[in-house]
Write a protein that binds this ligand. Structure first.
Ligand SMILES: [Zn+2]
Length: 400
């Protein structure tokens, strides 16, 4: 069968949405998962997914490759409680907001499998059922490669044009709160990295905007998934002078404590940095973004040239931030300045750094991150570091 589930309810619900606000009101708020009535279980050699949600919504299902996974998109569903479900042999399960208005559920499959049955039926609750059966690697690849039908295409990751540089002395700072939506980042009990760094980004923005000569743009303003590539796009569109990605990841290896400034390098300075960069890429990939790069030789050479010019500026930026954070006597990692292959830092011409404000895996860092006074001190340090760096760079440019 077609990998796209064609469900009777879809046309009706879409009709309602198309009827405008008055029609849409007939949908009573957000659909939500009913975890106690949902299950995922092994069924023969395959997997049976049976989800109960509070009301019918437009949805679709498909498989994607590398790694093999089941991807289901729904018009806004609150997935609270999904973590309590048994995974029924699935390697992993992610659920959350994908784009505003769309929720995504991603299940990592134990091997190549095809959707042999998919449906949505409403009797009291709405049941979404999907059956998967093992298939050959070739058959799976063919199904995974099928393009998205136009009527279901989600908005593409923003490909925003680069803004012209400003010459009026305004400092344009793009703050990138890591993770979001389907990708919560590190989690510790009820605390999510995605929420902590968004809160911090908003506070830092508010502080820096008070200066009057600074414009601050956030790569996400709410709890939504933003592909890494789009984060770079946002920086380019804003005409960013500087890009600061904000994180508070968890590290299993050793006792990582304190703020750490990362700059881009093919070679990570340690195993933890390598793991972090890989984890960020993997979350991006699992959420369903195609990372296939255009292999354009000329573009790559130009990018390398731009990077060569940007590199010393990035090094000075990292040093300025470390000095400013130390100046405020805030806790830093014993190696405060590190390198790793973070994809989000790959803008060739915008100085970009990634700051781990602290690590959720550390009890002390967790406490600090939740302390408003600590965050205010950190925000003040970053403001000072960014402004000092920008002033220094302007002076250097003037000398050239
Ligand atoms: Zn992170």
């Amino acid at each position: 069968m077609d990998i796209w589930a064609k469900v009777k309810g879809i046309a009706v619900v879409l009709g309602l949405l198309a009827a405008g606000p008055s029609g849409a009101q007939e949908l009573s708020g957000l659909a939500r998962l009913v975890p106690e009535a949902s299950r995922i279980e092994a069924s023969g050699a395959g997997v049976a997914v049976d989800l109960a949600i509070s009301q019918p919504v437009p949805w679709r299902v498909r498989v994607m490759d590398q790694p093999p996974r089941l991807v289901m998109d729904f018009r806004e569903v609150d997935w609270q409680g999904i973590g309590t479900l048994d995974k029924g042999g699935l390697a992993g399960l992610l659920a959350g907001t994908f784009r505003p208005g769309w929720s995504r559920l991603v299940a990592e499959l134990p091997g190549p499998m095809a959707v042999v049955q998919a449906g949505m039926a409403t009797e009291g609750v709405t049941r979404v059922t999907v059956r998967l059966e093992p298939v050959s690697a070739e058959a799976f690849a063919a199904k995974a490669a099928q393009p998205e039908p136009q009527e279901w295409a989600l908005p593409k990751p923003a490909d925003l044009p680069k803004a012209e540089p400003r010459h009026d002395g305004t400092l344009v700072v793009v703050l990138d709160p890591g993770h979001g939506g389907i990708d919560p980042g590190a989690e510790r009990g009820p605390v999510k990295e995605a929420d902590l760094v968004l809160t911090f980004a908003r506070e830092l923005k508010e502080l820096m905007m008070r200066d009057g000569d600074t414009i601050v743009v956030l790569t996400r303003e709410e709890d939504v998934f933003v592909p890494l590539e789009t984060r770079i796009s946002v920086a380019r569109a804003a005409g960013a002078d500087v890009f600061l990605s904000l994180h508070a990841d968890a590290i299993a290896e050793g006792e990582a404590v304190g703020a750490t400034v990362y700059t881009l390098s093919e070679e990570a300075s340690d195993a933890a940095g390598k793991t972090l960069a890989e984890r960020h890429d993997r979350a991006d990939l699992l959420a369903g973004v195609d990372l296939t790069e255009q292999d354009d030789m000329v573009a790559r050479v130009l990018m390398d040239m731009a990077r060569t010019e940007t590199e010393p500026r990035v090094a000075r930026l990292a040093e300025a931030l470390v000095a400013a954070i130390q100046g405020q006597e805030l806790r830093m990692h014993r190696h405060p300045r590190q390198e790793a292959g973070f994809s989000v830092l790959k803008s060739p011409d915008i100085p970009s750094v990634l700051l781990e404000l602290g690590f959720l895996s550390s009890e002390r860092d967790l406490k600090r991150l939740q302390d408003k006074a600590w965050r205010a001190k950190m925000a003040a340090a970053l403001r000072e570091g960014l402004r000092g760096w920008a002033k220094d760079e302007a002076a250097r440019a003037g000398l050239r």
